[in-house]
Design a protein around this ligand. Sequence first.
Ligand SMILES: NC(=O)c1ccc[n+]([C@@H]2O[C@H](COP(=O)([O-])OP(=O)(O)OC[C@H]3O[C@@H](n4cnc5c(N)ncnc54)[C@H](OP(=O)(O)O)[C@@H]3O)[C@@H](O)[C@H]2O)c1
Length: 288
Amino acid sequence: MTRILVTGATGAVGARVVRELQARQADVRAFVRDPGKMSGVETAAGDFDDPASLRRALDGVDRVYLCAADGPRKVAHETAVIDAAAAAGVERIVKLSAMHADPDSALPPFRWHGTIEEHLRGSGVPAVILRPAYFMTNLLMVAGGIAHTGVLPAPTAGRGVAMIDVRDVAAVAAVTLLDEGHPGHAYELTGPTPVTFAQVAAALSAATGRTVTSLDLTAEQARPRFAGAGLPDWLAAHLAGVFALIRDGGFERTTGHVPAITGRPARDITGFAGDFAAAFTPPAEVAV
Ligand SMILES: NC(=O)c1ccc[n+]([C@@H]2O[C@H](COP(=O)([O-])OP(=O)(O)OC[C@H]3O[C@@H](n4cnc5c(N)ncnc54)[C@H](OP(=O)(O)O)[C@@H]3O)[C@@H](O)[C@H]2O)c1
């Protein structure tokens, strides 16, 4: 049976990749720093900074889902996995990348992804690259503020974003890990349609039963919010850059890869808002 190592297995996508693979009766091993964080799956304890732990985790593994956290160590972490996988004779890597990945990007995460993609192509390991658009779950970062104020502020100039649900990203990862015909492909993954933040606010209003309004900020108005949010400098710069791309229409295009690969429609913002309504609702109003 094909054995699959899932890295980033406690992550937003990775944890769902584990579940999607298990639902398909796959033989899964989760690479985790703290095995206490995961149950119901075989774990291999390790750290991307510990090459011996990677070698142990890859023993007997055929395919790998590749995802490390964004940050200054990302390229070192993911290239270490690629090199160890190549040395271990792994037959396929499915890498979680990002739309706009480019080794020359001014935005650090997109530059890191572009650099890793190049390394992966040069490794000789057959690979599938997944380049999702903006995650709907990014909205959870501001859910507390929305619950408190009823306002969704964003510097989008009214442009749409083909947001994707991470559950669809995970489903695509599982299928491309298991099925034939995908290695050699890079898939841009999007939701079914671009949505404006006014449409997001309307979906949240319907889901929570409270009025949520969107507030379109200028880039200048938004800059201190990113810079002053206590985020690492690279992340504050990245968020400002992502919204500049959004204002240029860089996240409006949609692709049909989610339905083509998973066999069912991509999740839309209405479904996301319904499933996560509690996060956008003040605690006192959450039904008990
Ligand atoms: N947000 C978006 O809109 C968007 C869009 C497109 C692409 N992406 C990409 O999606 C990726 C993030 O995916 P995600 O949200 O599933 O990840 P995540 O939630 O950030 O999880 C990161 C994972 O990496 C693990 N990890 C961190 N450092 C490690 C180390 N030294 N050794 C071993 N494991 C380590 C973490 O484990 P611990 O539990 O031990 O910390 C965790 O499982 C990023 O590359 C991002 O660029 C995001």
